[in-house]
Design a protein around this ligand. Sequence first.
Ligand code: SAM
Length: 346
Amino acid sequence: MSSTQDLDYPQILFQYNNGFLVSKIMFTACELGVFDLLLESEGPLSSDAIAERLGTSASGMERLLDACVGLKLLGVEMKSEGAFYRNTELSNLYLTKSSPKSQYHNLMYYSKTIYLCWHYLTDAVRDGKNQYERAFGISSEDIFGALYRSEEEMIKFMYGLNAIWSICGRDVIAAFDLSAFTVIYDLGGCAGGLAQECISLYPNSTVTIYDLPKVVQVAKERFVPPEERRITFHEGDFFKDPIPEADLYILARTLHDWAEDKCMQLLAKIHKACKPGGGVLLVETLLNEDKTGPSEAQLFSLVMLVQTEGKERTPSEYSKLLTAAGFREIQVKKTGKLYDAILGRK
Ligand code: SAM
């Protein structure tokens, strides 16, 4: 009794079983600088040459490089002297540090932080809450206090989150015509990747990054060039401090950090501050209404369980929150990439 299904099931099973091995291979090659070295080198390099330049064992490096070939992160050429490795287009574009679309920092945040938290996924599912106490021995009372448990961890988070906007930022900012909104606040704007996309697409806009004081300090020092006059900053706590009046408020990957009561509190405050005719743009990864996926959004929802107080939501869940806060004319745009956009008007 052999059917196609009998043949496919084990393959899917092994693929899922090995999922974290695949991630770790990619993270390790990034961390060791394999892709950066191959980008800079004149031509393909042997495993021994790569190991020597990166200060690793020859035997470990050869296996890592071969695994990267199997995963299509590297190409290989067999010559009489042996195997010579080179980057693929994918690794040149996304895995080298110097590429404008580099995901290096995102991968390092996954490898150094998210990976450690996911050790406690079973506990998170049992408890229904994040796992800072088990993973790091720290209180989870203040989520961003825990996420930013050191300056180094906060900077890693900022670089990690910012990286994705070089791939998805333009799509979410262009999902709706935002040209009528000139005074824009990006609440929880972090390192400003989305603010940069916004001012580049809408020449009449100015964007204020509103975030916690220590985040704003680092955004100014490391991410937003001082000559960029159309991006300004506002230090504050959006739950406790006033939110200034604006035409548009962006909330990107921000509501997903919080439970319903906090989302409601924040949206109601934004509605009050918003100019009549203004709006709020939510940028989030949206779950299908019928629970069929997309699997990335379902995975992210578990990331939220392990690390925050929030979750990913469906368009109707976000619409309900927006409507309850007083917003109307709610429109949902799926971009076909990781992040989607929802616009509500006052
Ligand atoms: N919008 C950014 C993006 O998508 O790349 C960052 C998203 S991050 C998940 C949430 C942001 O909200 C962080 O920058 C964090 O510092 C900020 N944040 C959290 N609590 C805040 C508060 N009470 N007041 C202001 N900003 C806050």
